[in-house]
Structure formats: structure tokens, C-alpha cells
Design a protein around this ligand. Structure first.
Ligand code: DQA
Length: 142
């Protein structure tokens, strides 16, 4: 099973952001764990991060023909980027939305997710382990 893992805007500065919300791992360390979990589960994972909305959307388009599952944390785009929702809508594979922090227990504006109603599952507030749970979910559906 091929899984694309997309991290969006500002997730490259993990490690500098509030560790009480986002933990202390850098994006490289987080991706390292994701690759390790994928290896344990027998999944072929491709991790990418971008601060450029257009590039991020191109990677979603790439997933149409090249992935069997998508794990996505769009960062702040989650809350307002309808272009990302539009790009995700034609995907015929399971999409798992992940957030490191518990977006439902923070500022009001973070409770809104443009993708919430088109994803198979939302995993929020579990830190890096949320990505592992997302991979396990996809493995079970394989
Ligand atoms: C986030 C939550 C978003 O509200 C925030 O803008 C982020 C990270 C998370 O993983 O907790 O950048 O997606």
C-alpha cells in the first residue's frame, strides 16, 4: 500500500513552535518516525512538507494516481483553504486528517476544518503518535 503523508504550512518550523502544543520534534525527526512506523507496518510512505499552497495542491493531484491512502496535516490552511478541499474532493482513496495539537480545544477559529466532512477519519491532539494511528488505520483498511 502506497501512502502519501503531506504536512502543510509552518510544519517545517516544528521544534521552534510551542512544544506544549506541538511537541519538541523537528519535521525531519517526525518524518523519520513516520518512515519507521511505515516500515514496521509494511507500508510504502512518501512524506512531503510545503509552505507553498500551489505546490501542496500539486502533491494532492499527484496522489490521484500514485497513492492508496493520504495522511494530511494542512496546518493553518485547514481552517480556510477551500482550494485544498477542492483538490481533495476527487480523491478516491481514504484521507486521514491529522493535527498534532487538539484544535477543538484551542481558539474558536481552529475548530473549523474545510476538509472535516470529506475525510475518513480525524486524529487530533495526539502529537506525533497521531500519524502512527493514521498509518494503522490505513493498514487496517488495506
Ligand atoms: C496544526 C493545528 C493548526 O491550527 C495550526 O495552524 C498548525 C498545526 C496541528 O498540527 O496541530 O500549524 O495543524
Amino acid at each position: 500500500m502506497r501512502v502519501t503523508v503531506l504536512n502543510g504550512v509552518n510544519l517545517n518550523i516544528l521544534g521552534r513552535r510551542d512544544p506544549s502544543l506541538y511537541g519538541g520534534l523537528t519535521i525531519a525527526e517526525l518524518e523519520g518516525r513516520i518512515y519507521e512506523w511505515a516500515r514496521e507496518l509494511g507500508l510504502m510512505v512518501n512524506c512531503r512538507q510545503s509552505n507553498d499552497e500551489g505546490e501542496f495542491i500539486h502533491w494532492i493531484h499527484d496522489a490521484y494516481d500514485n497513492a492508496d491512502g493520504l495522511v494530511i496535516n494542512p496546518g493553518a490552511w485547514t481552517h480556510y483553504a477551500w482550494s485544498i478541499r477542492d483538490a481533495l474532493e476527487p480523491l478516491a482513496i481514504p484521507i486521514i486528517e491529522v493535527h498534532l495539537s487538539n484544535v477543538d480545544e484551542r481558539e474558536e477559529w481552529r475548530r473549523m476544518s474545510v476538509l472535516a466532512d470529506i475525510v475518513a477519519s480525524r486524529i487530533i491532539g495526539k502529537g506525533p503518535d497521531g500519524y502512527r494511528e493514521a498509518l494503522e488505520y490505513l493498514k487496517e483498511k488495506e
